[in-house]
Ligand binder design. Structure first.
Ligand code: P1T
Length: 379
C-alpha cells in the first residue's frame, strides 16, 4: 500500500458489531471476563484499549515498522525509551533539540545515573569521536527543533549498528509522510503525535515505532507498568487527523517554501533556516533523506535586537503566538523564552540558538494571507 491509502486504511477495519466505518471510541476502564482470566484479549484499559490498538497499528504502518506503542505525550514516549537504560549508560543526543527533551534527560534521568552528551551530529564524524564503551543510545532530531539542521540518519546508523548502539530518531518535525527513519537504519522512531500526526492542535500524545520484538515488549511493559497511556477519545482524534496527513503535509510544505522564499529576500531579515532553501547547509541531504522539506522554519532579523523580535511577534494577526506546531493554523514561537527556555542560556547560545530567533509553524491557510501578515508584522 502507498502512503495515502495506509493513512486512511492501515490497521482499520469496520467495527465488527455494527459495521461502523470509523473506529469506535471504547470509553471504558475495564472489560467483563467470563471467568477469571477468560476474556476477549482485553482486561483493563491501561494495558489495552481497542481504539488505541487500531491507532498503534496504523502508526506502525505509516513508519514501515512492526510495532507501534502510544503514550500520553511525546515526553511520555521519550520517558519510556530512557527507562530502557541503566545507571552508567551513556546517551549521545544532538545539541539542537526540543527543550523538554533536554530537560527530561538532564533534570530527570541524569539524577538516576544516566549520562548524557550533547553533540553537533549534523557532522557524523562528531559521533565517532563522542562514542565511548558506555554509549548505549544515540538520540537525534532531523530536522532539528528549532534550527532545522539536517542529520544524516543512514550515516549515523552505519556507525551505531557496528557497535550495537540504539539509534532513535525523533521524527516529529518531518512526520512519516516526509521521512521514514526505520527504512534508513534507525532502530526506533519517536513522535510527538501532538503535532503533525494529530494535526489539529486538539490532542497531546506520543508514540514509538520499532521492529525489534524484545525492545517492543519492554516498551509495552513500561507503557502498562508506568501508566502514561493516552485515552480512547484522543486516539480517535489522532486516527481522524491521520486520514488527511498527506494532504495537510503537502500544503504545509508548499506554504513554508513560499514563506521561506519571501523571508529570504526581505531586506530586514538576516537569516532564514529552512531545509528547502538551496542556501541551507542541509539542503542536499534533505533532498536525499526526505520527500519534502516540511512546514517548520526559523528566522532572525537584521540588527539582532530583542525589541525588534518582540515587536514582530506581538504584531501578527494571522499567526498566533504560542508553543507547539504542526496544526492546521500557523503559529509563531519564541524558542528562547518558550519551547527551549529549560536549556541554560550559555548552552543555547553555544549551539547557535539566539534569543532573537523566531520560529514559525506554517499552517495550511492561504499563503497570500500568511505573507501579508509577515509583511505587516515585520514592517
Ligand atoms: O509536547 P509533547 O507531545 O510531550 O512532545 C514533546 C516534543 C518532542 N519532540 C519534539 C521535536 C517536539 O517538538 C516536542 C514538543 N514541542 C513543542 C511543544 C514545541 O513547540 O516545540
Amino acid at each position: 500500500m502507498k502512503f495515502a491509502t495506509k493513512a486512511i486504511h492501515a490497521g482499520i477495519e469496520p467495527d465488527p458489531t455494527t459495521g461502523a466505518i470509523m473506529t469506535p471510541i471504547y470509553q471504558t476502564s475495564t472489560y467483563v471476563q467470563e471467568s477469571p482470566g477468560k476474556h476477549k484479549g482485553y482486561e483493563y484499559a491501561r494495558t489495552q484499549n481497542p481504539t488505541r490498538t487500531v491507532l498503534q497499528n496504523n502508526l506502525a504502518a505509516l513508519e514501515n515498522g512492526k510495532h507501534g506503542i502510544c503514550y500520553s505525550s511525546g515526553l511520555g514516549a521519550t520517558d519510556a525509551i530512557l527507562k530502557l537504560f541503566k545507571p552508567g549508560d551513556e546517551i549521545i543526543a544532538s545539541n539542537d533539540l526540543y527543550g523538554g527533551t533536554y530537560r527530561i534527560m538532564v533534570r530527570v534521568f541524569q539524577e538516576f545515573g544516566l549520562k548524557f552528551k550533547f553533540v553537533d551530529l549534523s557532522n557524523p564524524a562528531n559521533l565517532d569521536t563522542a562514542i565511548t564503551s558506555a554509549t548505549k543510545m544515540v538520540w537525534i532530531e532531523t530536522p532539528t527543533n528549532p534550527l532545522l539542521r539536517l542529520v544524516d540518519i543512514s550515516a549515523l546508523a552505519a556507525i551505531t549498528k557496528q557497535r550495537n548502539i540504539q539509534l532513535v530518531v525523533d521524527n516529529t518535525f518531518a512526520s512519516p509522510y516526509l521521512q521514514n527513519p526505520l527504512d534508513l537504519g534507525a532502530d526506533m522512531v519517536m513522535h510527538s503525535v501532538t503535532k503533525y500526526l494529530g494535526g489539529h492542535s486538539d490532542t497531546v500524545m506520543g508514540a514509538i515505532i520499532l521492529n525489534d520484538d524484545d525492545v517492543a515488549q519492554r516498551l509495552a511493559f513500561i507503557q502498562n507498568a508506568c501508566g502514561a497511556v493516552p485515552g480512547p477519545q484522543d486516539c480517535f482524534l489522532v486516527l481522524r487527523g491521520i486520514k488527511t496527513l498527506h494532504i495537510r503535509m503537502q500544503r504545509h510544505c508548499e506554504n513554508a517554501l513560499n514563506v521561506a522564499n519571501f523571508l529570504q529576500q526581505h531586506p530586514k531579515i538576516s537569516q532564514v533556516y529552512y531545509p528547502g532553501l538551496e542556501s541551507h547547509m542541509g539542503h542536499e541531504l534533505a533532498k536525499r533523506q526526505m520527500r519534502g522539506f516540511g512546514g517548520m522554519l526559523s528566522f532572525e532579523l537584521k540588527g539582532d535586537l530583542m525589541t525588534d523580535a518582540v515587536r514582530v511577534m506581538e504584531s501578527f494577526e494571522v499567526f498566533s503566538l504560542g508553543e507547539s506546531l504542526g496544526g492546521v493554523e500557523s503559529l509563531c514561537t519564541h524558542p528562547a523564552s518558550m519551547t527551549h527556555a529549560s536549556i541554560p542560556k550559555e548552552e543555547r547560545q553555544r549551539n547557535g540558538l539566539k534569543d532573537t530567533l523566531i520560529r514559525l509553524s506554517v499552517g495550511i491557510e492561504d499563503v497570500e494571507d500568511l505573507i501579508q501578515d509577515l509583511e505587516q508584522a515585520i514592517g
